[in-house]
Design a protein around this ligand. Sequence first.
Ligand code: HSE
Length: 316
Amino acid sequence: MIALHRENVRVFAPATVANVGCGFDIFGFALNEPGDEVRLQVTDNPGVSIAKISGDGGLLPYQAQHNTAGRALQSMLDTLQADFGLEVEIRKKMPIGSGLGSSAASSVAAVFALNALLKEPLSNERLLPFALEGERIAAGGALHPDNVAACLYGGFVLIRDKSTYDIINIPTPPDLYCAVVHPRIEIITSEARKMLKNQLPLQQAITQWANVAGMVIALMTSDYDLLRRSLHDEVAEPDRAVLIPHYEALKKAALQKGASGFGISGSGPSVFAFCKGLPLAKKVGAAIRSVFQENEIGNEVYISDINKQGPKIISG
Ligand code: HSE
């Protein structure tokens, strides 16, 4: 019998930037905002019942087995052989298909919240597979844990091996900030994956892994010049940039203002730029935004340092 520590809780889980340039499917990091909130209430009826979805989640399904948070919770309840049920409220603060790990934030918030109800909480390593069960709905089969791992663990993560959940946190410079701009268009990740080639010429592969190594060293030694030199992508950006209107102009605007690298956030359409310090991140965010504005594309700008904490309890 699973023992409970409390009967309700409200949790926030952050948006994430996956891929991060050269780290297709292996890098991700957490932002401070936006993020999703999930509130759980223990009930006597077994199973998961979604009572309310608000914010940017208007079209999301209420049937638990078709909802990322619902599916994640059900798989965790099943494994725990829980004799109670859960009533769930989901407050989405970012749209699906934004490239900010929206579905990951909901599943992570859900499993983190259920964990917070338990007298003996599980480790992140044990929670990850449950959150991935939820993400499976959005992924359409092919699971890529970059958003979920970054959201759950917080900080900047390397997914060294997804089959064994070998996740490693990479230290980052304390003054590393990120400007993220979300243009109001939608890109479905499973569609964006179909655009990628299945093979990479050896010379491009060599360039890619040299940049991956360069980026890890840059992050660990606060070498912003090396970060800027390393943040190039041979795998996804060449095929996906066409999905984001005015991509080259956005990149030029960010780098000219002094960003230490620019890329697509996940599969887009959001874009991100790394910057040394908050004031520069604000300027770079404004420069990216102005390119969208000039072309009458609505957008939201988020400025954040690297969120080391990941999900957190808001109340309960
Ligand atoms: N790494 C995956 C992709 C998921 O780029 O398709 C991003 O959210």
